[in-house]
Design a protein around this ligand. Structure first.
Ligand SMILES: O=P(O)(O)OC[C@H]1O[C@H](O[C@H]2O[C@H](CO)[C@@H](O)[C@H](O)[C@H]2O)[C@H](O)[C@@H](O)[C@@H]1O
Length: 273
């Protein structure tokens, strides 16, 4: 495993708790930027080649193994190569969708998504969005990407207020991320998704771990912190990047991108075997 750039005392307690009672532990991982290297085209993203094998080794050794992602659950399964990872549960669209052993649950999108879809081209044109601005239609949500623009941050900043206004008109929320602003249904986030999963599971976990890289993962970090306050040991892992620093500031452990996360999964599996 890559040498961690930091490991807090609380993180060490959390890792020990996972090793002491892995069958009671719940481990969650984000997809893009955490298990899958960031690429310019969202449709070209694929998990690190060692991710699925490492998850397949870890899954039978722990209580629950989750992917919690902004992607549609089925897309994360496909792009991750996770179809055959027994026991893996994928919570997609920030927790609105669930894939569990091949069974997919997808709710109807709220009407605001269709309205935003219809209005978005005109809104982007009126805002003078560069032609490289790209809209990823995720069914439940619309993600406006600027990574392929010559000045992606400038392009993103130019769109913030106009997309916030569109979200307000259509009853949606804006989810900011790595050169992306998503218009998505409000009321769910990765923290609520993790909490709901734990509530459904029924038993108090022996420990929780969450690994992420982007702003949307902060809600899951909040949930792990809240669990810690309730006495459940927790580990916050940041998949480090130069694009987002907010998670590294809060993490117990910072690893070197998806390769570092996959190494961590592999070394956890080794230590629990
Ligand atoms: O929750 P996640 O699994 O991290 O998904 C969040 C969003 O990630 C994707 O966008 C990001 O990855 C793309 C591919 O590497 C990259 O081109 C883009 O700049 C990143 O923001 C995805 O396309 C979104 O739908 C996800 O919601």
């Amino acid at each position: 495993m890559n040498s961690p750039r930091s490991l807090t005392a609380a993180g060490a307690v959390g890792l020990d708790a996972i090793r002491e009672n892995p069958a009671g532990a719940v481990l969650g991982f984000d997809f893009d930027g955490t298990l899958a290297p960031i690429v310019a085209d969202p449709a070209a993203a694929r998990a690190h080649p060692d991710a699925a094998p490492a998850l397949a080794r870890l899954a039978p050794l722990v209580g629950s193994l989750l992917i919690v992602t902004g992607r549609p659950a089925a897309v994360a399964v496909e792009y991750g190569g996770f179809e055959d990872v027994d026991g893996l549960v994928v919570l997609g669209q920030y927790g609105l969708e669930r894939w569990d052993s091949g069974a997919l649950t997808v709710p109807e999108p709220p009407p605001g998504v269709a309205e935003a879809r219809a209005k978005l081209p005109g809104v982007l044109a009126a805002a003078g969005a560069p032609p490289e601005t790209f809209v990823e239609d995720k069914g439940q949500a619309l993600a406006v990407h600027t990574r392929r623009c010559a000045e992606p941050q400038v392009a993103l900043d130019r769109l913030r207020s106009i997309l916030a206004a569109l979200a307000e008109r259509t009853g949606l929320a804006v989810e900011p991320g790595r050169y992306v602003l998503e218009l998505r249904p409000p009321g769910m986030d990765k923290g609520k998704a993790l909490r709901a999963y734990l509530d459904d599971r029924g038993t108090r976990p022996s420990a929780v771990l969450f690994a992420g890289d982007d702003l949307g993962d902060l809600a899951a970090f909040d949930a792990v912190d809240a669990l810690r306050a309730e006495g459940v040991p927790g580990v916050l892992v940041c998949s480090g990047s130069t694009e987002v620093t907010a998670l590294a500031e809060r993490a117990d452990l910072v690893v070197d991108g998806p390769a570092g996360v996959v190494d961590l999964i592999g070394s956890l599996a080794d230590s629990l075997s």
